[in-house]
Ligand binder design. Structure first.
Ligand SMILES: Nc1nc2c(c(=O)[nH]1)N[C@H]1C(S)=C(S)[C@@H](COP(=O)(O)OP(=O)(O)OC[C@H]3O[C@@H](n4cnc5c(=O)[nH]c(N)nc54)[C@H](O)[C@@H]3O)O[C@H]1N2
Ligand SMILES: Nc1nc2c(c(=O)[nH]1)N[C@H]1C(S)=C(S)[C@@H](COP(=O)(O)OP(=O)(O)OC[C@H]3O[C@@H](n4cnc5c(=O)[nH]c(N)nc54)[C@H](O)[C@@H]3O)O[C@H]1N2
Ligand code: SF4
Ligand SMILES: [Mo]
Length: 745
């Protein structure tokens, strides 16, 4: 239809269309867009609903929704938001397709087949909850609370996780966000500046931005990307250290095509150069630094030349980076990274980043690391019982911590090893809540064995996944668009704007459908079944939110009236707190038997014929969780393998060829994907997006689409200080037409 059509004529023609072709779709000749007869009719009940919070990833942008005839048809950023504003990303936009995904879990299911080869039978909630309670109670009675393991992730997993941890009393909780993601970063910064750093870099006001790995632009967190883009717009210099020509590298002033796993050597050489040439912030170090002498002594051998050989770059490149940082200090953003569980030598690299920030005086200054001052809200949870350390796998027989700088919970590998050996005790119950341990944790076959040896596995999810195939009872949760649950606080993302703070409570945008339930309902029922009825902290998820808001002097009613977001005046974020300290050398780390000064620990290099397998994000997917989303699948249906162009020529391969992969431990990809031939990747590595290649046949869109990177990540590496996983230690060859191809050196 023509855009200048009057409303009257539009209604006439639309109703005509509706009458003449009632059951078919109306396609506009000009725009090519399809309209349903319902849309074309023009007499629609439309409304805008406010207060949504996205959870297509964990950044949690604030939303409004457009509804038609009670059905959500569009999501947008909440204009009131001082975080994402009106912007949301492709995944946020496609939340509609998760909400109405026909493959979504609808009813409680019982597996009457085998774990891994499920046969599902629909059962009632009463039956499902009674079975979860009695089977979990069976485990607790027989093996003690430590016999239960919990694999949680996401906003709804906190309430049940705290129940099992605090009230039931198991330490065996392993959060993906710590042990496969950012736990190492958090504890390395804790050991250096006393705080977890978040991604709190004031990039918008920075003169130079330094990204080590962090592939912002492919890694999409809306306000973070805005922050980054604004910095670049304002003329910030950009340094990207990445073996691959990432989206960020494409915008950089300096791209360091580093040899994977050698980043710490690079950072030590940069720091040593700054110290030796007196290009560091001596005043800042004098005032806030601790252990600087030990530090300079410890890194003194890291010449540009020595690091250049290790990192397979030139000495001049390292010098250029150091100079660019020094010239722009202290207004430099040394990004702390987010997914940092790379090789098993990662704690030292994260310590190096924290020290580099200190050397440049880049804490709490414009353009530097600036945490901002956020409002306080309450924390409602299960009462914590006193538990002994006897059954805490973090401690060995001598009561020494195995990984003294571990994030909260228990390292995944300690749980898995105990489960498989029965030592020091059996782990026979498993609660999986919002995590996909099959595709999230390295060593997929090991994970399957762990799940198979359990007496009972329960899983709470919104979709069927490769992990839900191992459940005995599978419970359908309401999605983030259908529930209350979390309260998010923060400040405006650009500190040059008016200082403001926000408190946002997630409000449901639509009514739940089918028999899906929320986390408080499910957890409370299980708690009752396990004999903890008297300890239940809240009766409903609304009450949980209400109590959280109370501390800030707010109520659910008020925040609903305010459209889901309460705004208040903020505070100046700049200025170093008096008690702030940067521990360049940390004696506690040394006492625990690890290097107290940041130290480079080399990793194994690919054997002849193999390349290292690297992975990362793509803008239109979140891990595995969005793979079945029809819109996002359409945008990127598979994950091409990046290979260096010169290598491809030698192998006789070309862009678009269909290939499989096999790793040096003999694990083959179950599926194939296409090849992306590019100069933008080192010759010693190949790269693919994470999260593809699901096997669950109930995922009608995602099944067998692309290759599952995790199926090839079989070599287990654990960061000794933290116990978190390293995941980039596998080496692969390509398979073309059934033939395994050696990758030339
Ligand atoms: N669209 C989208 N955005 C997301 C997510 C998502 O699933 N989808 N997930 C979110 C989450 S939870 C996280 S934790 C973040 C993760 O995002 P990031 O923290 O940015 O993840 P990284 O693993 O650092 O980034 C992967 C990059 O590291 C490079 N790399 C590989 N090996 C090395 C190496 O040895 N040295 C260096 N310097 N670089 C290397 C890869 O080539 C790739 O460009 O993304 C978040 N944003
Ligand atoms: N090989 C490899 N492994 C990785 C990474 C990698 O890049 N490569 N990245 C790591 C990182 S940074 C992270 S943060 C982790 C992420 O690890 P996970 O959080 O395990 O990743 P997802 O694939 O998103 O799986 C989460 C599960 O939550 C479900 N889900 C979604 N919404 C809801 C909900 O509202 N309620 C419930 N109950 N369930 C829901 C999804 O359907 C999915 O099954 O993976 C880590 N593992
Ligand atoms: S970054 Fe995208 S997917 Fe993540 S919360 Fe925001 S809109 Fe949702
Ligand atoms: Mo993550």
């Amino acid at each position: 239809m023509a855009f200048n059509l009057t409303r009257r004529r539009f209604l006439q023609s639309a109703s005509l269309a509706a009458v003449s072709i009632p059951l078919s779709k109306v396609v506009s000749a000009e725009t090519g867009f399809t309209q349903s007869p319902l849309e074309a009719k023009g007499s629609l009940n439309e409304e805008t609903v406010s207060g949504g919070i996205c959870e297509m990833c964990f950044w949690r942008c604030q939303l409004i929704g457009k509804k038609r005839e009670g059905r959500l048809i569009k999501l947008e950023g909440n204009p009131k938001s001082i975080d994402n504003g009106v912007s949301i990303c492709a995944r946020g936009n496609a939340g509609i397709k998760l909400l109405y995904d026909p493959d979504r879990l609808k009813y409680p299911l019982k597996n009457v087949g085998e774990r891994g080869k499920p046969v599902w039978k629909r059962i009632s909630w009463d039956e499902a909850l009674a079975e979860c309670s009695s089977r979990l109670k069976g485990v607790v009675d027989k093996y003690g609370p430590q016999g239960i393991s919990v694999f949680p992730h996401g906003s709804t997993a906190k309430y049940p996780m705290h129940f099992f941890e605090r009230t039931v009393g198991t330490h065996n909780v392993s959060e993906a966000s710590f042990f496969q993601c950012r736990g190492i970063r958090d504890t390395a910064y804790l050991a250096t500046i006393g705080k977890a750093p978040g991604e709190k870099v004031d990039m918008a006001n920075s003169k130079a931005i330094f990204l080590l790995g962090s592939h912002i632009g492919e890694n999409i967190h809306v306000s973070h990307v805005k922050n980054f883009a604004k910095g670049l717009q304002n003329g910030a210099k950009l340094i990207v250290v990445d073996p691959r020509y990432s989206a960020a590298a494409a915008k950089s002033d300096i791209w360091i095509k580093i040899k994977p796993g050698t980043d710490t050597a690079f950072l030590l050489a940069v720091m040593n150069y700054l110290v030796k040439n007196n290009k560091y912030d001596a005043e800042f170090v004098e005032e806030y630094g601790d252990g600087f002498e030990e530090f300079t002594e410890g890194i003194k051998d890291w010449s540009l030349e020595k690091a250049a050989i290790e990192c397979d770059i030139t000495p001049d490149e390292i010098k250029q980076v150091a100079e660019m940082l020094a010239v722009n200090a202290p207004n430099v953003s040394i990004h702390p990274g987010r997914h940092v569980s790379w090789y098993g030598n990662d704690f030292q690299r994260q310590r190096s980043l924290a020290c580099l920030t200190g050397l440049l005086g880049a804490y709490y200054v414009k353009g530097g690391w600036v945490p901002g001052k956020t409002p306080k809200v309450g924390k409602v949870s299960w009462a914590k019982h006193e538990h002994d350390t006897e059954h805490n796998l973090n401690y060995d027989e001598d009561e020494e911590m195995r990984h003294p700088f571990t994030p909260p919970g228990t390292p995944t590998e300690l749980i898995r090893d105990a489960a498989l050996t029965g030592k020091p005790y059996p782990i026979k119950g498993c609660v999986i809540w919002g995590q996909n341990p099959i595709q999230t944790i390295p060593g997929q076959e090991k994970m399957k064995d762990v799940l198979r040896q359990m007496d009972f596995v329960m899983c709470v999810d919104v979709m069927p996944t490769d992990a839900t195939m191992y459940a005995d009872i599978l419970l359908p949760e309401v999605s983030y668009l259908e529930r209350h649950d979390l309260v998010k606080t923060g400040t405006q993302w650009d500190f040059s704007e008016k200082h403001q703070q926000y408190i946002a409570a997630r409000l449901p945008l639509v009514e739940p459908m089918f028999e899906r339930k929320d986390q408080v309902f499910i957890t409370n029922a299980i708690a009752t079944g396990l004999g903890h009825k008297d300890e239940i902290p809240v009766k409903s998820v609304e009450e949980l939110v209400e109590k959280t808001l109370e501390v800030a002097g707010l109520s659910l009613k008020q925040i609903t009236q305010e459209g889901g977001i309460h705004l208040q005046d903020g505070k100046d974020p700049y200025g170093v707190p008096e008690d702030f300290e940067v521990l360049f050398y940390n004696e506690d780390i040394e006492d625990a038997g690890f290097p107290g000064v940041p130290t480079y620990i080399p990793i194994d290099q690919p054997p002849a014929g193999y390349a290292r397998l690297l992975y990362g994000r793509v803008p239109v997917h979140t891990f595995n969780r969005t793979q079945n989303n029809a819109w996002l699948h359409y945008a990127m249906p598979e994950n091409p393998v990046w290979i260096n162009d010169e290598t491809a020529v030698k192998l006789g391969l070309k862009d678009g060829d269909v290939v499989g992969l096999v790793n040096s431990e003999g694990f083959k990809s179950r599926t194939t994907t296409t090849l992306k031939v590019t100069p933008g990747i080192r010759k010693d590595s190949v790269y693919m997006a994470h999260g593809y290649g699901s096997v669950n046949p109930l995922l009608s869109v995602a099944v067998n689409a692309g290759v599952d990177d995790q199926s090839l990540i079989t070599k287990i590496a654990v960061d000794p200080e933290t116990g978190a996983h390293g995941m980039r230690n596998n080496f692969v060859k390509l398979i073309k037409d059934g033939k395994v191809l050696d990758i030339p050196a």
